[in-house]
Design a protein around this ligand. Sequence first.
Ligand code: ZN
Length: 238
Amino acid sequence: MFKCINRTAQFKRYIHSAGSSFSIKLNFRLVSSLPLRMTDPAVNRVVSEIIRSPEDKRVYRGLEFTNGLKAMLISDPTTDKSSAALDVQIGSLSDPSNISGLAHFCEHMLFLGTEKYPKENEYSQFLSEHAGSSNAFTSGEHTNYYFDVSHEHLEGALDRFAQFFLCPLFDESCKDREVNAVDSEHEKNLMNDAWRLFQLEKATGNQDHPFSKFGTGNKLTLETRPCVKRGSTSVKSS
Ligand SMILES: [Zn+2]
């Protein structure tokens, strides 16, 4: 049996209530050769026949849960760390037209505390204390979150990670700072040729298509304009 079976069962409980527009990928070390049984009633379907390269010696298992969530488990006896990724199948193409960058801003806010782990940097600190790292990205149709961590701390990392998608705090006190973080990211992108070409494609495309949206967002689109529209008196000139 996988040493990770309890961890996997626990993770299934997390994701069972997380909704249907997610998919996850877990990578961990196989510590025994007995098969993993997936008898949890939350598992709708188990897929063992995964098409892969003949050179790929890893063990794969696909799971589909009763809430529609799909997961891929990958066991690799040679990997030196465990990892997980979760993809939320929505991104900046779905931003409201009057708040460009909202999906990206939401991605940033999930890192800043959850009901179970309210301390702002709890997740990052836990990972850095256990040889781990994390990141996320927002594209047009996806928002993706991922981390790696030493094998023995996968459970703790998953617990903190899963809370992002269950009970994020979205604490208002973090909002201004995170708008500034997104703004800085955009300023940095302005100097990058790949980002400039991407913007050129958007600017020369059909302006009625969602692809033309400004996905990164900045202080102007996330704070200044929405506040002006609401008639807020707290708007500062920028
Ligand atoms: Zn960002």
